[in-house]
Design a binder for this molecule. Structure first.
Ligand SMILES: Cc1cc2nc3c(=O)[nH]c(=O)nc-3n(C[C@H](O)[C@H](O)[C@H](O)COP(=O)(O)OP(=O)(O)OC[C@H]3O[C@@H](n4cnc5c(N)ncnc54)[C@H](O)[C@@H]3O)c2cc1C
Ligand code: FES
Length: 277
């Protein structure tokens, strides 16, 4: 356990300003050869420490199929994330523990149509899986990405989204909450666009969703209304965490520890959790 709690040192290779309050930190291990040994699965998370400030939980936002480095996309939400944004530059060192948690059920997704539904920073964990599935494209059938943000400026990964749009094997549907003069795509909240524009095929489709709790709640309602089964709706939870390894009791819902039993759950599993959730 001691080993599990010791951070490894990473260097910030690159910082990408995604939106006014989200930055992607591209990380590489300082120790020679460590990057090659580091492996993770889409959906897993790490504990990221900024010495002198604190430690926060972030998903790994890139796929291990693209392994020269790994990304964490960090939204300024409170004390430590504000310090990360203001106090860390390219070339600086940070501590990383992990990877922790379970991952998206890759075997269950094989041979299926995939529908990704993301909102805001919730695209970060989906991006890891999207990259993984693009890099193993022949394993999947139809591939749709629905992504929504409050405004066009609040959309993450703008350059990568353009690549996805140019990829003939993917269907990309974008939406923002309110109309903007230069915005040529959909306007409306994610569940509405899901029902009215995406109109997904239900048979043989798995839905993977992540976003603000209110978006997830209404997206799941829409999916159930459309006829999806609970077992075919997969999401990832962002409960507050501390140790990340099932020891501190910070993240549990009843006897379920989100850090080690999750953070990825099907809606079928979520329904079995106690009401406090
Ligand atoms: C598995 C997992 C993956 C995550 N992945 C990402 C990611 O990829 N990118 C990202 O930007 N954030 C992610 N988060 C959320 C991130 O951990 C918190 O935003 C961060 O720890 C806030 O730290 P802070 O010190 O800046 O905020 P604090 O000062 O501690 O808190 C600021 C506000 O945010 C609330 N808050 C703090 N932590 C959480 C949390 N986990 N969930 C909801 N509200 C919280 C507090 O109650 C408070 O209202 C993830 C969380 C989990 C558990
Ligand atoms: S974060 Fe410590 S038990 Fe889950």
């Amino acid at each position: 356990m001691e080993q599990l709690l010791v951070p490894m040192i990473c260097k910030i290779d690159k910082i990408i300003q995604e939106t006014p309050d989200i930055r992607t930190y591209r990380l590489k291990f300082k120790e020679e050869g460590r990057m090659e040994k580091f492996s993770w699965m889409p959906g897993q998370f790490i504990e990221f420490s900024f010495l002198g400030s604190g430690e926060c939980t972030f998903c790994i936002a890139s796929s291990s199929t693209r392994k020269e480095s790994f990304d964490c996309s960090i939204k300024r939400a409170g004390i430590v994330t504000a310090d990360i944004h203001s106090g860390l530059d390219e070339g600086d060192e940070v501590g990383i523990r992990g990877p922790y948690g379970n991952w998206f059920p890759l075997n269950d997704l094989k041979g299926k149509n995939l529908l990704f539904v993301g909102g805001g920073i919730g695209l970060a964990p989906l991006r890891s899986l999207i990259q993984y599935c693009i890099d193993n494209r022949n394993d999947y059938k139809d591939f749709t990405i629905l992504y929504g943000a409050r405004s066009s400026a609040d959309m993450c990964y703008k350059d990568e989204i353009k690549e996805w749009q140019a990829n003939k094997g993917l269907r990309v549907v974008l939406t923002i909450d309110k109309a903007e003069e230069t915005w040529k795509s959909n306007v409306g909240v994610v569940p509405k666009i899901l029902e009215e524009v995406v109109k997904p095929v239900i048979e043989n489709t798995k839905v993977i969703t992540c976003g603000p709790p209110i978006m997830i709640k209404y997206t799941i309602q829409s999916l159930l209304k459309l006829g999806f089964a609970d077992k075919d709706i997969i999401t990832t939870l962002e409960m507050k965490m501390q140790c990340g390894i099932g020891k501190c009791g910070r993240c549990n819902i009843g006897s379920t520890y989100v850090c080690k039993d999750g953070p990825v759950f099907t809606n079928e599993q979520l329904k079995l959790l106690p009401d406090e959730f």
